[in-house]
Design a binder for this molecule. Structure first.
Ligand code: FES
Ligand SMILES: [Fe+2]
Length: 394
C-alpha cells in the first residue's frame, strides 16, 4: 500500500471518528442548534421584502414572522400571536408595528404589545411577543436567534473596492445545510460538476488543497501549478467567500467577482441558499452589468424551475449534461449535493486528500459541539479582519 493510500485510509478512519456527535442538526436544544444560534444568520433577500409586508419564515426548525415596517426597517418576531396563537404574518403593518389580524392586538418592533382594542388599556403593557435582533447587510436580512446580546455586526467584512451588489435568487434546497456548506469547500468538484456548460472552465485544473483554522473560521488554499495559490475564506458558521469567474451570460462584464454564499438551515432536511456577488464595476460598466442582469432575470423567468429540472435528472428522465439553463451551475450543484440524500450518510464515506478542507471543518464543528454538549467553554469567534481577502490565484 502506497503512503498516499495509507494516508487516505487514515483520513477516512479519522473522519468516521469525528462524527460521533451529530454535526448536521440545528434543531433547538441540540449541540448544533445551540452552536448556530450564537451567530448572526442571513435569513432573507432584502429585495424580496417590500415595506408593509409580513412573511412566515422557518429557520433551524422554528417558525417566525419577518416583516418590513413603513420606515424600511426589517424585524423578526414570534410566529404566533401571544393572545390565542394566530399567525402574525396574517396581520398588517402599521408604521413599524405589526397588528394581529385576529383581534387587533398591535406589537411594536421590540415585540411589546401597545394596543388591545377590546381589552382593558392596562393589559397591553403586560404582554409581549418575542422579538429577535434584525439587521441588513449586502442585500440580505440577518437575524440573531440566540440568548443574550448578539455578536458584532456585520458578521463578516466585504471588499472595500467600488462595486455593485447582486443577490442571486434565494433557492430552497432539499437537503441538510452542511452538505452544501461542505461543497463550498470542495474545489475539486468544479472541474467535474460544472464541466457541462463550461462556466467554470477557467478553474478546471485540479488543485492541491490545504486548510487551516483561524480565529474567524477557516482559510482554504488551492495550490496549482507554478505555485499559484487560490485563497478562499470560510466564515463561522455558514458563510463562504470566494473569487469566481465572470458570471455566465454576462459577457465578462465585471471580470472575476467575489461571491458570498450563506447556507441557512430551514430545518434539518432543507436550507436556503442566499448568494451575494460583489461585482467590481462602477459608472458605465455598472449600467452595462445591470442591463445584463435584467436580461438574465428575464431568461430565468422563461426557463423551467431549477428544482423541476433537478427532479427530472434524479428520476433519469433527463441527463444533466443535456440541460441548458441560465442558472445551469445551480442546477448542477443542487442535483449533486441534494442528491446525496436529505441528510447525507457520512458513516461510509472514504475521504481522500482533496477532502482536506471538509475534514478540517468537521473537526472544528465536532470539537465546538462536543464542548457545548459537555458544558465546556467554546472558542470565541471573531469577525475576520477586512484585509484577509480571497484571491484568484491563477
Ligand atoms: S390571536 Fe392575535 S389578537 Fe387575538
Ligand atoms: Fe459548484
Amino acid at each position: 500500500m502506497s503512503s498516499v493510500m495509507r494516508r487516505q485510509e487514515r483520513n477516512a478512519n479519522r473522519a468516521a471518528r469525528l462524527i460521533d456527535i451529530d454535526i448536521t442538526s440545528t434543531r433547538p436544544g441540540t449541540p448544533g442548534g445551540r452552536f448556530m444560534r450564537q451567530f448572526w444568520l442571513a435569513i432573507h433577500r432584502s429585495e424580496d421584502l417590500p415595506k408593509g409586508h409580513a412573511r412566515p419564515i422557518r429557520i433551524m426548525s422554528e417558525d417566525y414572522t419577518l416583516y418590513r415596517g413603513e420606515s424600511g426597517r426589517a424585524q423578526v418576531l414570534d410566529y404566533r400571536c401571544p393572545h390565542r396563537g394566530a399567525q402574525l404574518h396574517l396581520g398588517w403593518v402599521e408604521g413599524d408595528a405589526l397588528r394581529c389580524l385576529y383581534h387587533g392586538w398591535k406589537f411594536d418592533c421590540s415585540g411589546q404589545c401597545v394596543e388591545m382594542p377590546a381589552e382593558d388599556p392596562n393589559f397591553a403593557r403586560k404582554v409581549a411577543a418575542r422579538s429577535y435582533p434584525t439587521q441588513e447587510y449586502m442585500g440580505l436580512v440577518f437575524a440573531y436567534f440566540g440568548e443574550g446580546a448578539p455578536p458584532e455586526f456585520p458578521p463578516f467584512p466585504a471588499s472595500r473596492e467600488a462595486s455593485l451588489i447582486h443577490v442571486w435568487n434565494a433557492e430552497t434546497v432539499p437537503c441538510n445545510w452542511l452538505q452544501c456548506y461542505e461543497n463550498s469547500a470542495d474545489e475539486v468538484h468544479v472541474a467535474f460538476v460544472h464541466q457541462p456548460g463550461g462556466s467554470h472552465a477557467a478553474i478546471a485544473e485540479l488543485p492541491e488543497i490545504e486548510a487551516e483554522e483561524t480565529d474567524w473560521g477557516m482559510l482554504r488554499l488551492g495550490k496549482r501549478q507554478g505555485g499559484k495559490l487560490r485563497l478562499s475564506l470560510h466564515y463561522m458558521p455558514n458563510v463562504t467567500r470566494v473569487v469566481v469567474p465572470p458570471l455566465a451570460g454576462f459577457d465578462g462584464i465585471g471580470g472575476w467577482s467575489e461571491i458570498f454564499f450563506s447556507f441557512t438551515p430551514i430545518d434539518d432536511e432543507s436550507h436556503l441558499w442566499l448568494i451575494t456577488s460583489q461585482v467590481k464595476v462602477s459608472g458605465a460598466e455598472a449600467d452595462a452589468f445591470r442591463a445584463k442582469k435584467a436580461a438574465y432575470l428575464e431568461a430565468c423567468a422563461r426557463a423551467p424551475k431549477v428544482m423541476d429540472l433537478v427532479h427530472d435528472v434524479w428520476a433519469g428522465r433527463r441527463r444533466l449534461i443535456d440541460i441548458e439553463h441560465p442558472d445551469l451551475a445551480i442546477v448542477q450543484d443542487i442535483a449533486v449535493q441534494a442528491g446525496q440524500g436529505r441528510i447525507a450518510d457520512r458513516s461510509n464515506e472514504r475521504l481522500g486528500r482533496s477532502d482536506t478542507a471538509i475534514i478540517v471543518w468537521r473537526k472544528i464543528l465536532a470539537r465546538e459541539l462536543r464542548a457545548l454538549a459537555e458544558g465546556k467553554p467554546g472558542k470565541s469567534w471573531r469577525v475576520a479582519p477586512a484585509d484577509v481577502v480571497p484571491t484568484l490565484g491563477f
